[in-house]
Design a protein around this ligand. Structure first.
Ligand code: Q46
Ligand code: ZN
Ligand code: ZN
Length: 313
C-alpha cells in the first residue's frame, strides 16, 4: 500500500475515492475536504466567530482541531448532561474536552444542565416523562435549546456540530423510511438562521466517513472518549448505521451517494412546499424567544416549568 502523493507508506485506503495516503498526506487531505464543504455550502467565512459544540468524542474534538488548523476563530461549547455509566461518561468527556482545549490554548464554554436547571438530564427525563426508559428525546431537546441559546447570547455567527457522513446518512435513512417530509426538508449541511432568535447551524463533517474521522483522531493523537453514552446502546440509529455499512462494504461510495443525491434532490425543489409550510408555522416562544411550532410556550420551557416546580418543592 503506497501513498498516491509521495509513494511513502500508506496508512489509509479511501476506497470510495480510490485513494491511498500516508499519514502526512492524510492529515493534509482531510482538512482540505472539510474546507471544501465549508465553501461549497457557504457555512461561514474566516471573519465569522464559530462556536463548536464539543462532546469529548472523536468527531467534535477533531472538528475543533481541523477548524483551528484551517485558521478559523473558534470557541468550544461543552454541555454537561450529568450522565453516569461505567466510566462516569459526563465527567470523563468533560475532562478530555478540557484537556484538549488547554493543550491548544482554546476557549471552552461549559454549561452544566444540573447547575443551571436543578436536575441532570436523566432526572429531568424521569420526572417529566414517567415510564420512559431512554432520556434521548429530552436530552436532544435540551441540547438543541442550550446550543442555540449559548451561540445567540455569546454573539457567535454560527454553531458547528461534529455530525459525520455516517450520522447524516443514518438520520436520512430513518427519515426516508418514514417519509418524514418535515424532518427531511430541515436536514442538510446548513440550517439557516432565517427565523428570529435562531443561529445558523452547520455540519462541516457531513461528507466525511466515520472511519475517516476515527483515523484522523488517531493519527493526530487526539485523546477522546471511546465509550458511547450508555443510553446510545440499542438505538435505531446504530442499527441503521450497520445496515448502511453493509451496503457500503459491497458498494464503496454508496453512503456518500445516498446523502449527496438527497441534497441534490432537495436543491431541485423536492421539499419546497413542505419547507415553506413549516417555516410559516413557527413563531417565537414568549418565554425564551426561540422558535416553536406549538401554541404558547415551547416544549423546552414547558418541560423546564415542571422541573422548576419539582426542584422548589
Ligand atoms: S441523546 Fe441519548 Fe445521546 Fe443524550 S442520552 Fe446519551 S444517547 S447523549 S447523542
Ligand atoms: Zn504521502
Ligand atoms: Zn421557550
Amino acid at each position: 500500500m503506497k501513498c498516491r502523493k509521495c509513494g511513502g507508506r500508506g496508512v489509509i485506503n479511501l476506497r470510495q475515492h480510490k485513494l491511498i495516503l500516508c499519514k502526512e498526506h492524510y492529515l493534509e487531505w482531510l482538512p482540505e475536504q472539510v474546507q471544501r464543504a465549508i465553501d461549497r455550502y457557504h457555512m461561514f467565512t474566516p471573519q465569522e466567530r464559530v462556536l463548536v459544540a464539543v462532546s469529548g468524542g472523536k468527531d467534535s474534538l477533531s472538528l475543533w482541531d481541523i477548524l483551528t488548523r484551517l485558521g478559523y476563530h473558534t470557541d468550544g461549547l461543552y454541555i454537561g448532561l450529568g450522565i453516569e455509566g461505567e466510566v462516569h461518561y459526563s465527567d470523563e468527556s468533560l475532562r478530555l474536552t478540557e484537556q484538549f482545549a488547554g493543550a491548544h490554548g482554546l476557549h471552552l464554554n461549559t454549561i452544566k444542565v444540573a447547575e443551571e436547571y436543578g436536575l441532570a438530564v436523566p432526572e429531568i427525563a424521569q420526572q417529566t416523562y414517567h415510564g420512559q426508559t431512554k432520556p434521548c428525546s429530552v436530552c436532544g431537546r435540551i441540547k438543541r435549546h442550550i446550543m442555540n441559546r449559548a451561540a445567540r447570547d455569546g454573539g457567535y455567527d454560527v454553531l458547528a456540530t461534529g455530525h459525520n457522513l455516517d450520522d447524516e446518512a443514518a438520520v436520512l435513512f430513518g427519515n426516508t423510511l418514514n417519509w418524514s417530509a418535515g424532518y427531511l426538508m430541515r436536514q442538510g449541511p446548513v440550517l439557516e438562521a432565517d427565523i428570529p432568535g435562531v443561529v445558523r447551524k452547520v455540519k462541516p463533517l457531513c461528507r466525511i466517513y466515520e472511519r475517516e474521522m476515527a483515523a484522523y483522531a488517531l493519527l493526530r493523537g487526539i485523546e477522546y472518549i471511546y465509550d458511547e453514552c450508555p443510553f446510545a446502546v440499542g438505538a435505531t440509529s446504530i442499527y441503521y448505521k450497520e445496515l448502511l455499512n453493509q451496503l457500503e462494504a459491497d458498494h464503496p461510495g454508496a453512503k456518500l451517494n445516498f446523502y449527496l443525491s438527497f441534497l441534490q434532490a432537495k436543491k431541485g425543489g423536492l421539499f419546497t412546499g413542505a419547507a415553506d409550510q413549516a417555516r410559516q408555522s413557527l413563531h417565537p416562544c414568549p418565554t425564551c424567544g426561540q422558535p416553536t411550532s406549538v401554541e404558547g410556550e415551547c416544549a423546552f420551557c414547558r418541560m423546564m416549568g415542571k422541573v422548576k416546580k419539582l426542584t422548589k418543592s
